[in-house]
Design a protein around this ligand. Structure first.
Ligand code: CTP
Ligand code: MG
Length: 186
């Protein structure tokens, strides 16, 4: 077991772009529903009006920008944190995949919410908060195994990102609500 406080901070900082993807999707979102307005065989929307391509694409790209800012800051500060691969291109690939997988997991959460009959925008603590981070962790572990093992493989990192997700998600949504980007504070 290494330096626990450092591992906690590292996991938090290197996962920030995955958390940022959701509020950033609110900024660009609202156009072109991802399910094209279609219903599932159960008669409810596949994903609902809250999941749009403009939010998915814009949120992923803005999250990548946030991730690259974090990456460059770490480089400039000579931070001891794990680097995203061997150079700028692999760093960009990693943060982009983090944003995309985070918002894909978010859409999976919506799919599950619709299947249990919840309306778009309804508050569903666990389904709002966990699928996006778990799906992101799965995809990053498959495609960026070395990075994932270094950051989340020591369990301290893994528990940090999972345990911090509910309060982070809540805080970010309250900020979004206050700024009136979001209709509801969850
Ligand atoms: N948003 C979007 N596209 C996405 C994700 C989010 O357009 N892929 C925008 C939508 O305007 C959405 C808002 O961000 O209403 C808030 O996102 P979120 O709370 O995740 O969605 P909900 O509206 O709560 O929908 P759901 O019940 O399906 O989670
Ligand atoms: Mg919501």
């Amino acid at each position: 077991m290494g330096n626990i406080p450092f591992e906690i901070v590292q996991a938090f900082v290197l996962t920030l772009q995955a958390y940022a993807a959701n509020p950033l999707a609110v900024i660009t979102g609202g156009h072109a529903p991802m399910d094209f307005g279609r219903n599932f065989p159960d008669g409810r929307r596949i994903l609902g009006k809250g999941k749009t391509w403009s939010g998915f694409i814009g949120g992923s790209l803005l999250a990548s920008v946030a991730g690259i800012i974090i990456y460059i800051s770490n480089l400039l500060l000579g931070s001891p944190m794990v680097l995203y691969g061997s150079g700028f291109a692999s760093a960009f690939a990693l943060v982009l995949v983090m944003g995309v997988s985070s918002l894909s997991g978010d859409a999976i959460g919506s799919f599950l919410k619709r299947r249990i009959g919840l309306e778009s925008g309804a508050n569903a603590s666990l389904l709002d908060q966990l699928p996006f981070i778990l799906f992101m962790l799965l995809i990053i572990t498959v495609f960026f195994t070395q990075f994932s093992m270094a950051v989340y493989g020591n369990l301290v990192g893994l528990f940090t990102v999972i345990l911090i997700t509910p309060p982070m998600h809540r805080a970010v949504n309250i900020i979004g609500f206050r700024m009136r980007g979001k209709d509801v504070p969850w």
